[in-house]
Design a binder for this molecule. Structure first.
Ligand code: B16
Ligand code: MG
Length: 213
């Protein structure tokens, strides 16, 4: 039985990966550190400081204060990138999936690593379709740990075994599985090999396949 769907945001409902890439690339260039699309792929689902730590690695000269400053600079550039986001930036079919699930009586929650998620939900015009938005700043460990998905399930008062988690990132699928939820991957089956099921895009989601299961 399915009682709740817990969605990731970036890469599932909207495409912010390129916006994150441009902001990280600008930052990496400013400090003379290499960064490309392949490196960006590894940051999907990873929180802001975790991403920065992966980009800088153990290069000398970047203490904790400097890393916090650089993360804030990147976020300023990222906010510039998403300033123009509107409902037209939702992936095709995303709104219909949320509305159909709500109409079927399911709880809808968000488990995004992004601290900008509430802002994006507003800009995308879907904030009112969510029963709960888990706060990534309030959980002990980010993806691939299960914490954010467990927090989202708690927020809608649904047992993890009755939740479906939807993710585009490998770290996110690992988090969903560790939370004891069914997992749906959005993207490439090769990257998301651990997901219970993978579809190419959210628009291909068919609720009926889960309701009858
Ligand atoms: P922010 P998700 C994640 O969102 C992104 O995939 C990841 O690339 C980003 O670094 C992270 O949010 C933190 O975002 O800097 O906005 O707090 O995929 O978990 O919705
Ligand atoms: Mg994502």
């Amino acid at each position: 039985m399915l009682a709740a769907i817990i969605f990731d945001l970036d890469g599932v409902l909207t495409d912010t990966a390129e916006a994150h890439f441009r902001a990280w690339k600008r930052l990496a260039d400013s400090i003379g550190v290499p960064f490309d699309h392949a490196a960006n792929e590894q940051l999907k689902g990873i929180d802001r400081m975790g991403s920065l730590d992966r980009i800088i690695g153990d290069r000398p000269g970047f203490n904790a204060n400097e890393r916090a400053r650089l993360a804030a600079v990147k976020n300023g550039w990222y906010l510039e990138e998403i300033a123009g986001f509107t409902p037209a930036d939702l992936f095709p079919g995303a709104r219909a999936v949320l509305e159909e699930a709500r109409g079927a009586g399911l709880k809808i929650a968000l488990a995004s690593a992004s601290r900008n998620a509430p802002l994006l939900l507003e800009r995308l015009g879907i904030a009112t379709l969510f029963d709960a938005v888990a706060d990534p700043a309030a959980v002990a460990a980010g993806k691939p740990a299960p914490d954010i998905f467990l927090a989202a399930a708690r927020a809608v008062d649904v047992a993890p075994a009755l939740c479906l988690g939807v993710e585009d990132a490998e770290a996110g699928i690992t988090a969903i599985r560790a939370a004891g939820m069914a997992s749906l991957g959005i993207g490439s089956p090769a990257v998301l090999a651990n997901a219970d099921r993978v579809i190419a895009a959210i628009g291909a989601f068919r609720l009926g396949e889960y309701r009858s299961a």
